[in-house]
Design a protein around this ligand. Structure first.
Ligand code: SF4
Length: 483
């Protein structure tokens, strides 16, 4: 459950109590997490407050992700469990509104209402602002209310201001949709074409987040670096320009953005990494394959060497930058030479972190119907090779941090008594024994040890959260992770 809005209450002589309870289950990416919080914001004025579990809820929203393997099977098995709860509620004279949102709803709305006619609402990602009206319609009439069109109005113009504090680290969606139509991806079909929010609305939301205590803001978008919104001067701004403006907001110590496409990695954005200190030296830049033949089959619009050049330029602009990426093993038509080209690209670039998957077909995408599908066993072998190399690089990168000095954003208590947790500039979780530091402080630390998925650090002797962090004279990412 994502953090929904604070409980609505009845005022006056009546003791304060929430009117209705809302439970949202979220699958998938950070954009879905953000969307779930915004759905809670939209429903708060109707009296919906957070529920801990579906059993306690008057409304359950399943916010789905189509990228996940077997997404619709998982959805229908969850719906089967919820049907039992819904029926039990109805037998007790109560009602539970059951909604399916997100990309599976967008892509398979008709199938959902056919196979699960007890679902009350089916809504695609572009129609969350219409939720209150849909709930009203579902309350009045029997049968599912479906909204999976791409409405003429932009949802961001109709969503209320976000009111829910997200904590020390926060997400902020600035862009949605995609016009690139990669062969394997459903996003252009489920999220529609690219849309950029205006700089004014993004800056206003960032200011609210900072006022609520967020110190690190991650800008989100399916093609976040394709952002080109109306600027404060009425002209079209690019992401580099927006980042400079956001970096000036008081309280914002760190900025990140994800997910980016190599085609939109322009020189201005690369330069921004060199001269905006708040922009963290970590970039998730999916490449998917190191083979030009497969990149073309994927319709990625760039070559492997373009990616190598971008990595070089980024490292020239910001020597301590670490790269993360996505890889697909076994795209239709991929042969051993293509696979080896991917391995070569991984070795050449060096990644601090990466996500890798076997190709699996998504209905409705061009690659799903392609001939020359790669046998499962072969996909498995290639994926294992890719993952072994990436793991080696990740371990090498984490080890290269030991003995270095960097800054850490304190995010909250650690797992053990007296411990605090935080994040390095390179997104590694860190933990240390606290000595008066508070969540939101940015403190200088020495890295003492690299554990499998985190760093152990020692805070330096200086007041927490004051002044610029001290930096290592030799940032860890100057060395290639694989070296
Ligand atoms: S650029 Fe990203 S979101 Fe767009 S189609 Fe390709 S993989 Fe999907």
């Amino acid at each position: 459950m994502n953090a929904p809005s604070p409980p609505s209450t009845i005022t006056g002589d009546t003791p304060a109590r929430p009117l209705k309870r809302l439970f949202i289950r979220t699958w998938g990416c950070q954009m879905n997490v953000y969307d779930s919080a915004r759905m809670a914001d939209v429903l708060a004025p109707l009296g919906y407050a957070p529920a801990e579990a579906p059993e306690d809820a008057d409304m359950v929203v399943l916010n789905t992700c189509h990228i996940r393997e077997k997404a619709s099977e998982k959805l229908f098995s969850e719906l089967g469990r919820l049907r039992v709860l819904k029926q039990a509620k109805e037998q007790g004279g109560d009602r539970m509104i059951l909604a399916v949102a997100g990309c599976v709803a967008q892509a398979e709305g008709a199938e959902i209402t056919a196979r699960a006619p007890y679902v009350d609402l089916v809504l695609g990602p572009q129609t969350y602002h219409r939720l209150p009206e849909m709930v009203a319609r579902a309350t009045r009439a029997a049968g599912a209310v479906i909204e999976t069109d791409f409405p003429a109005e932009e949802k961001f113009d109709f969503l209320p201001d976000s009111t829910t504090p997200q904590g020390v680290t926060a997400f902020l969606t600035i862009q949605e949709g995609c016009d690139k139509f990669c062969s394997f991806c459903v996003v252009p079909y489920t999220r529609g074409s690219e849309y950029s929010r205006s700089a004014a609305t993004v800056i206003a939301e960032a200011r609210r987040l900072a006022a609520q205590g967020s110190r690190e803001i991650a800008l989100l978008g399916q093609n976040v670096n394709a952002w080109h919104g109306e600027g404060l001067d009425g002209k079209t701004w690019n992401l580099a320009r927006l980042l400079r403006e956001l970096a000036d907001i008081e309280g914002v110590a760190r900025l990140r953005y994800t997910t980016s496409h190599p085609r939109d990695m322009d020189d201005e954005l690369i330069a921004a990494h060199g001269d905006i200190p708040a922009l963290m030296p970590f970039l998730h830049l999916p490449v998917q394959s190191g083979s030009d033949r497969i990149l073309q089959a994927m319709n990625r619009g760039h070559k492997a060497d373009d990616y190598r050049r971008i990595a070089e330029k980024l490292r020239a602009a910001r020597p301590d930058i670490a790269l993360s990426s996505d890889f697909i093993a076994g795209h239709p038509g991929e042969n051993e030479a293509d696979h080896q080209a991917t391995m070569a690209l991984i070795r050449d670039v060096g990644f601090a972190l990466a996500y890798s998957f076997k190709y699996s077909s998504r209905p409705g995408t061009p690659a799903a119907g392609a001939t020359m599908q790669v046998p499962e066993a072969e996909k498995d072998r290639r994926l294992q090779e890719i993952q072994a190399l990436l793991r080696e690089q990740q371990d090498g990168f984490n080890r290269s941090c030991v003995g270095r000095r960097c800054d850490v954003l304190v995010t909250g208590p650690g797992r053990h008594p007296g411990q605090l947790a935080g994040r390095s500039p390179w997104l590694q979780p860190v933990h240390f024994v606290g000595a008066g530091q508070q969540p939101g402080d940015v403190i200088a630390v020495d890295v003492a040890a690299a554990l499998p998925n985190s760093l152990a650090v020692h805070p330096l002797e200086r007041p927490a959260g004051n002044g610029p962090p001290e930096t290592s004279p030799q940032p860890p990412c100057q060395e290639k992770a694989a070296a």
